[in-house]
Write a protein that binds this ligand. Structure first.
Ligand SMILES: O=C(CO)COP(=O)(O)O
Length: 214
């Protein structure tokens, strides 16, 4: 199971969460990655943790004020990027363009989606992975793998129908090893989570519990 911690814009210390994630990954052989804000990519990557961007733009160098280029995040140490997170929705053309920009730079990609129909559309675009996150459960503390297991099962089936090798992650409310185990039982190959780690008093112990069953 792949555990990807999206730090969003939570007021946590990105480097100390990244260091904790790097330590837990080294001790356990679990695959754990951290996705900080763009400005924190380089110091996070310097901890040695697998580092992902939260978003990249479809653009190349030029007159694109406010954009985050795939080449720039890769240069800062990111090896992958999320696209189309529920809190950063994109036009279809920009999901496709972001994917192509990431691929050209050698970044791994995850396209996020709200539901199984969108997962099918996302998988058709050929990302490395897709992630289903029902918006109403994001930040709720109620894990999708328990609150809405069918959405995970149906997302796995939808991705399998259009693009069989594409792994499906699930996210929203995931915060314990039991939640990760439940996600795996539903066919997910990873989890995407945020508040359970970013808002924890002791992120390292949460991370250790998260990977205890993987
Ligand atoms: O949006 C998410 C991860 O990208 C999920 O957020 P929570 O783990 O806070 O529910």
């Amino acid at each position: 199971m792949f555990v990807l911690v999206n730090l969003k814009t939570y007021p946590c210390d990105a480097v100390s969460v990244a260091q904790a994630a790097a330590d837990v990954a080294a001790d356990t052989d679990a695959r754990i990655a951290v996705a900080p804000q763009a400005a924190d990519l380089r110091p996070v990557a310097e901890t040695g943790v697998e580092t992902w961007a939260q978003h990249v733009s479809p653009h190349d160098h030029g007159s694109h004020t406010g954009s985050t280029l795939a080449a720039t995040v890769a240069d800062a140490g990111a090896t992958g990027t999320l696209l189309n997170h529920s809190e950063h929705r994109l036009k279809l053309a920009d999901v496709d363009g972001g994917l192509r920009a990431a691929e050209d730079t050698g970044l791994e990609t995850i396209v996020c989606a709200n539901n199984p129909r969108q997962i099918a559309a996302a998988a058709t675009l050929g990302p490395d992975m897709v992630a289903v996150e029902p918006p109403e459960l994001i930040g709720s503390g109620t894990p999708v793998s328990r609150a809405d297991p069918d959405i995970v099962r149906e997302a796995v089936a939808a991705a399998d129908e259009v693009n069989p090798p594409v792994p499906v992650l699930c996210g929203a409310g995931i915060s314990t090893g039991d939640d990760v185990e439940a996600a795996a039982d539903l066919g997910a190959e990873g989890v995407l989570l945020a508040s359970g780690v970013a808002k924890a008093d002791d992120p390292e112990s949460v991370l250790r519990d998260l990977v205890s069953s993987v």
